[in-house]
Design a protein. Structure first.
Length: 273
């Protein structure tokens, strides 16, 4: 039986303090979001009764309903493409020890080191020439390319740490490389797949610069760009902005609570791997 010691008490106090620190920003967002739309005071003072006009203004006038839907669609499709391509490419790089695979692995590692800003102008010109400006498919294409190096890096490290016995047994039974990958390797990479999906999905969902660049003026803006439309140089309705941020967080929170076991299991398995 574990004894309750001073170290345990100190750990519990530390966790409570950290929970309060992380809860303060969320409290400020909720509190300011439900103040009067014309309020300019501090968000520390609790507002009662809550005012729901800000949510309605952000949803209707700001067009956040369609913007959040665009964000979700772009995030889901882009994350799926990243996982589909990077997992298959990583399996080849991790299991094929040849000069070609090593060269490709080095190329993807270089992609982690180069800042995205260097490719902004060439990427924009390419998307324009393809006729994809102003469509969500431009974001899907850019995000898929942007997060491939990071995903491949994690996948290769994880697959190389997996035992190869099951794959060799499947090959002896007559399975080809694709069947071995689909039935043996891919299920074993479930922890790192969930980890990549979370990290890449949140990064895409919260991204502001890329949608602003490729969807500006198209009427198909994502939620961060739509919320930014409320911000002006001389007067900004901060309660409406915070209400928009609150609405923006709902899909992420809903996905987390719906997939809580898978998320925790994925991170735990990824740490063990």
């Amino acid at each position: 039986m574990n004894r309750y010691t001073g170290k345990t008490l100190l750990l519990e106090i530390t966790m409570v303090v950290l929970a309060i620190v992380f809860a303060i920003p969320f409290y400020l967002i909720v509190n300011v979001a439900f103040q009067s739309p014309n309020t300019t005071g501090s968000g520390v003072t609790f507002s009662w009764p809550p005012n729901f006009d800000n949510v309605q203004i952000a949803w209707v006038q700001g067009g956040l309903g369609a913007a959040i839907l665009n964000s979700v669609v772009v995030t889901v499709i882009s994350t799926f493409c990243v996982i589909a391509v990077s997992s298959l490419a990583s399996y080849y790089l991790a299991r094929t020890l040849s000069r070609v695979s090593r060269a490709w692995n080095i190329a993807f590692l270089l992609g982690l080191m180069l800042p995205l800003q260097l490719a902004t102008l060439p990427l924009y010109a390419m998307i324009r020439d393809l006729g994809l400006l102003g469509t969500v498919w431009s974001l899907v294409l850019v995000y898929s390319a942007m997060y491939l190096p990071f995903s491949i890096f994690l996948y290769v490290l994880f697959i190389r740490a997996l035992p190869i016995d099951f794959e060799e047994a499947a090959q002896l039974d007559g399975c080809g490389p694709l069947r071995v990958f689909w039935h043996i390797a891919l299920p074993l990479t479930r922890p790192v797949t969930i980890t990549i999906a979370i990290l890449v999905g949140i990064a895409i969902y919260n991204d502001f610069f890329t949608p602003l660049l490729y969807l500006a003026g198209s009427g198909q803006e994502t939620a961060p760009v739509a919320i930014n439309a409320f911000v002006s140089q001389y007067s900004t309705p901060w309660p409406v902005v915070f209400a928009g941020l609150l609405l923006l967080s709902i899909p992420i929170l809903a996905a987390f609570f719906a997939l809580q076991k898978q998320v925790i299991g994925g991170f735990a398995g990824g740490l063990k791997g």
